[in-house]
Design a protein. Sequence first.
Length: 231
Amino acid sequence: MSKKKDTGKKIQRYSLIVYSKNDLNMLLSENIKRYAYILHDRDIKNINRKRYSYKILKQLSKIKLCTYRLLKKAHYHLFISFVSPRRYKWLDTWKLTNKTEENIMCEPVKDFDALMLYFLHRNDLKEHQYNLSDIQSNFEIYDVDNNESVEHLDTFEKIHSIVNKKYSWFDLFKNNPKLIFSSGSLKTVYNLLNDEQNHINYENMLNKNEEIIKKQNQLVVDIENLIKKGK
């Protein structure tokens, strides 16, 4: 028995499929914290792919005019993160006050990394491979091909805000050592802290050297002035 979706639960991040640029612009005018979208205009229809090699499918996706019947209708994949979470059925309510040109599909985002892979089709090499530069966003998208993820950016920002108001980072980790000092991260944490301390020591050394040089220069000036007065 399939589980029913909890339509009353509030969710902050959604993924949408939009067919009209005007509809897309209307959605982007909402109270959104972050957004990212990409135009898919080279997607191949669900044909019997076993009949075609990857090379042929790739060539078909490039020749748009000659393969129009094999291409899906152009559409946008849109990621949005609202400032405040919204209920699952928010789009139905939104459509009542916004006249859309075409149908819009929406679902909550469970895995941001997987969504970005789908944006570029890195999860299916037989699909047309889009470029990272094809994604339009109001925040920096991580490099999918190098696995640089920002999946927990929103959560980290919330933690950062709470800690800065109520604690110090030192107290937080001191009272909850399991948050950071796991066996897998202990060496990394040490290396980061050690490098940072070395950098601080180096900066302090440079500052001290600058102070010494200034004093030496001033001493030279004072001696020259004394010599001039003696003459």
